[in-house]
Every structure is written in structure tokens, then in C-alpha cells.
Design a binder for this molecule. Structure first.
Ligand code: C5P
Length: 232
């Protein structure tokens, strides 16, 4: 699995994302499209970014009954995205159904990764709201193992968890890690962060970087710095 920097294009409109991507001229960064942009601009934004030659991680975090997820994944696969995701808490059966739906008639399919526990969920809210009493690290690794058992390719996780995920699920199991900041950068609302170089050292396969690139005075230079540190 090739290491790459995925740029989180958390913009509210198609105009804003194209204005951003136009700055890259000949370069074609791997792009993450999340719910905000997808709900604002619809599937056409995915087709247009694809036409421009970018790889796309469509971050819609599906979670529903297996049949609905299977059919929805078939639609996303038809959009020709390169990576997409779902919530591991939807159960192994839901993840297996997702893989079936995602697989194209020619046998190819986008990379499918699972969200374990959201980083916004802490031990207290997991115990009180979800009635899950186990330690959160154990829950995260159990969900990662479930994703592997269902045949998925990997998980979204903190760069701090990437090493343990590889130890538990194997070196080939993909880790996609947000929460990346430059050593001299502003951490914003992210709590547990790593630099691209540290994420590389710990074995992340893909880093997802938003504001350190999108809000930089020179986004192209910031992207290239990430690539140099992470892929290098
Ligand atoms: O701007 P920033 O680099 O913090 O953006 C990180 C991206 O990764 C955002 O799109 C955010 O929603 C996403 N993400 C995250 N933490 C997670 C899962 C996804 O920051 N646990």
C-alpha cells in the first residue's frame, strides 16, 4: 500500500474547493471529501474532482442496516472513488455487506476502511451514553480486529494508535491517520497530534491533513512539506 498525504477538503461549496485545487496547477493531491462538501455539492463534485485527475477518499462514514449499506456502497463505487469508509460499530455483518456492495462487476473496488470509536468519544461518554464499559483502547482494537475479520482493508485511527493497530491486525492492514500538525504549527482543536515525520516513523500508511494545508498562506508549499516529511 503506497504511502500518501490526503488533503481534507473541508469546504462548504464546489467553488471554494475548486479555487483551492486550482492553486496546485500540475499537481494532483489525493483529496478527502467529507459530509459537508458532499451534502452541499452532491455526487457531481466527486465526478468533477475525479475528472481533474485526483484520487478521492469519500469520507461519509456509513452506518445503517446491512442491506442499505450494501446498496449505498454500490452507488459510491460507481462514482469511482479510491477509498471510502463506514462505522465498525455497524457490526461485522454490515461491514461484509458493504464490501459486497462496493465490489464492481470487474472485481475491483475502492479501499474500504472503518472508523472505530470517533476521537470525539471519550471513556466517559462511551460508558455513560453507549453503555460500553471496557477500556476505550481495547474497544478500538476490538473494532479494528472486527474490520479485519470482515475483510476490510484498514481503519481510520490516531497516529498514536497506528503502531498497535499494525501489531494487532498486521503490517498490511491500512492505517489512515488524521491529527497531523507541523512541529511549528498551530494545533487548533486537535488534541493528540503528530508531525508528518513522526506519523511516518510510527507506520501510518496515509495521513489526512486539513487546515495545516487548506489554511496555510501557501497551501501548495505546505502540501509539499507534508509530502517531503511523510513520503520523503
Ligand atoms: O484540519 P484538520 O487537519 O484537523 O482536519 C482533519 C480531518 O480529518 C478533518 O476532515 C476531520 O474531520 C478528520 N478527522 C479527524 N479525526 C478523526 C477522524 C477524522 O480529524 N478521528
Amino acid at each position: 500500500m503506497g504511502k500518501d498525504v490526503i488533503v481534507a477538503c473541508d469546504f462548504a461549496s464546489a467553488e471554494a474547493v475548486f479555487e483551492f485545487l486550482d492553486k496546485f496547477e500540475g499537481k494532483k493531491p489525493f483529496v478527502k471529501i467529507g459530509m459537508e462538501l458532499f451534502y452541499a455539492a452532491g455526487p457531481e463534485i466527486v465526478r468533477e474532482i475525479k475528472r481533474r485527475g485526483h484520487k478521492i477518499f469519500l469520507d461519509l462514514k456509513l452506518h445503517d442496516i446491512p442491506n442499505t449499506v450494501k446498496k449505498s456502497m454500490a452507488v459510491l463505487s460507481g462514482l469511482d472513488v479510491d477509498m471510502t469508509n463506514l462505522h465498525a460499530s455497524g457490526t461485522v455483518r454490515m461491514m461484509e455487506a458493504a464490501l459486497e456492495g462496493l465490489t464492481r462487476p470487474d472485481g475491483t473496488r475502492p479501499i474500504l476502511i472503518a472508523v472505530t470509536q470517533l476521537t470525539s468519544t471519550d471513556q466517559e461518554s462511551m460508558e455513560n451514553d453507549l453503555l460500553i464499559k471496557e477500556p476505550i483502547d481495547k474497544v478500538v482494537m476490538h473494532y479494528a480486529a472486527n474490520a479485519k475479520r470482515a475483510g476490510l482493508d484498514g481503519v481510520v485511527c490516531s497516529p498514536l494508535e497506528a503502531g498497535t493497530v499494525h501489531d494487532t491486525c498486521g503490517a498490511d492492514f491500512v492505517t489512515v491517520t488524521p491529527g497531523v500538525r507541523f512541529a511549528d504549527g498551530d494545533i487548533g482543536d486537535q488534541k493528540r497530534v503528530m508531525t508528518p515525520a513522526e506519523a511516518k516513523k510510527i507506520g501510518s500508511d496515509y495521513i489526512v491533513v486539513g487546515r495545516p494545508i487548506t489554511a496555510a498562506a501557501d497551501p501548495v508549499a505546505a502540501y509539499e512539506r507534508c509530502v517531503a516529511e511523510f513520503v520523503g
